[in-house]
Write a protein that binds this ligand. Structure first.
Ligand code: FES
Length: 70
């Protein structure tokens, strides 16, 4: 998926079981409307909702989930 309507190409690449890799963006807006500047050419956006630093992936998706009752 990509969008270059503003003259800058942005691409999104899903990682299987992990984040979305976002290339070329200058900022992203989270679900609460907070705008986060993007200062690196490639950033990883969490899509598992387990990160400690939303909206960014902190690799928490690699940690095994706890089962109910443990
Ligand atoms: S996708 Fe990596 S912490 Fe959520």
């Amino acid at each position: 998926m990509s969008d270059d309507s503003a003259g800058t190409r942005v691409s999104v690449t899903p990682c299987k079981g992990g984040p979305l890799l976002l290339r070329g963006a200058t900022e992203i807006e989270d679900e609460d409307g907070q705008v986060h500047p993007v200062v690196r050419p490639v950033v990883a956006l969490c899509r598992c909702y387990r990160t400690e630093s939303p909206p960014w992936c902190d690799s928490s998706h690699k940690t095994p989930r706890r089962s109910a009752g443990s």
